[in-house]
Design a protein around this ligand. Structure first.
Ligand code: KG4
Ligand code: ZN
Length: 348
């Protein structure tokens, strides 16, 4: 079965084709970074308009890269939430129309399920069950994952997500958009410990996070008299160290709590090198192993959506019977259920 995946939840247009027998056939991505850079953040209306312009062309190109025609596609999977409403509507409308015109199923996919399952696309994938650390621009969550759609929330951020903290801190340090990767790059040139920032909720006794205070602590440092901008790299390094320490400590605590030795890290912040090195070492010391998506699939992409959709379709899920443009800008991951085949859903 060949599944066309479409991702348009934020500022990346992603398209991919996943073949359940062969694997990933092709994937294409258009990033809107240049479009939003002048505004210092994503402008939702501009994002939607750009998805409209790019998506049909990107679908054509990705099909060509895979050596396929539109008629060869067996099903469409699209991100239906969470995300920006207007941006989601573009992907959902195109996906549903593509599917309706060809009489094939269209499956709405949860964006975070895409991230969460993306490490399974790697050459050496993890096996269920595992603990997942989802660290993106919008979410910071620890989940126990027993299988597709079997997710239990263990802890999450009570305010800013880890990626959001990176982006906001980068902005207040005057780094460009998107700030996360630039702040991480600057941190590599600095030394942590010269400044001392808090480790929020490190000893809270639960698996929740809080990152908004860190950004304020950084603001206090740079607005104090005597601040020398030449020390920016050291401050960036200390900020990164604080985020990584908390993420690592809570991930280890989650693994201990549910008795699992496999950790899966997904979402944009999972690209952070210092986070990877710290987690790899700490988990290995406890006899466990950390799995990540391929580097190109850490941030938003169509491949993870095609793949999550393909797993559900292959497990017998049929997709909604009535064609409709389905979006859910706010959608808790724990509301998902394992794939439901047509037969099972009749029985229940
Ligand atoms: O998963 P993603 O592409 O989009 C969401 O679903 O949010 O994650 C984007 C987030 C942004 O906040 C970005 O700054 C952050 O991931 N990010 C990083 C790095 N690369 C991306 N944060 C820290 N270090 C990085 N190397
Ligand atoms: Zn994402």
């Amino acid at each position: 079965m060949k599944v066309l995946g479409i991702e348009t939840s934020c500022d990346e247009t992603g398209v991919a084709i996943y073949d359940t027998r062969v694997g990933l056939l092709a994937h294409g991505l258009h990033s809107q970074i240049d479009l939003h850079a002048a505004y210092g953040g994503v402008v939702p209306e501009l994002a939607s308009r750009d998805h409209i312009r790019r998506l049909p062309l990107l679908i054509g190109r990705t099909l060509a890269d895979a050596g396929l025609r539109a008629g060869d596609v067996d099903a469409v999977a699209y991100t239906s939430g969470p995300g920006l409403a207007g941006a989601l509507l573009v992907g959902a409308s195109v996906a549903e129309s593509f599917a309706m015109a060809r009489g094939i199923p269209a499956l709405p996919v949860h964006h975070l399920e895409g991230h969460l399952l993306s490490p399974l696309l790697a050459a050496d994938p993890p096996a269920f069950p595992f603990v997942a650390l989802l660290v993106s621009g919008g979410h910071t969550q620890l989940m126990r994952v027993r299988g597709v759609g079997d997710y239990a929330l263990l802890g999450e951020s009570v305010d800013d997500a880890a990626g959001e903290a990176f982006d906001k801190t980068a902005k207040l340090l005057g780094l460009g958009y998107p700030g996360g990767p630039q702040l991480a790059k600057l941190a590599e040139q600095g030394v942590a410990g010269r400044f001392r920032l808090p480790r929020p909720m490190l000893h809270s006794g639960d698996l929740d996070f809080s990152f908004s205070g860190l950004k304020t602590a950084v603001l206090n440092v740079v607005s104090a008299p005597g601040w020398n901008p030449a020390d920016m790299a050291d401050l960036a390094a200390e900020f990164q160290q604080a985020v990584v320490e908390v993420l690592c400590a809570k991930a280890l605590a989650a693994m201990k709590k549910v008795g699992l030795k496999t950790l899966v890290v997904a979402g944009g912040v999972g690209a952070n090198r210092h986070l990877r090195e710290t987690l790899d070492e700490a988990v290995a010391r406890r006899g466990g192993r950390v799995y990540y998506p391929e580097p190109a699939l850490c941030t938003d992409n169509g491949a993870m959506i095609a793949f999550a959709g393909a797993l559900r379709l292959a497990a017998g899920e049929a997709g909604p019977e009535i064609a409709a443009v389905r979006i859910r800008p706010r959608w808790p991951l724990v509301e998902l259920r394992p794939p439901q085949s047509a037969r099972t859903s009749c029985e229940t």
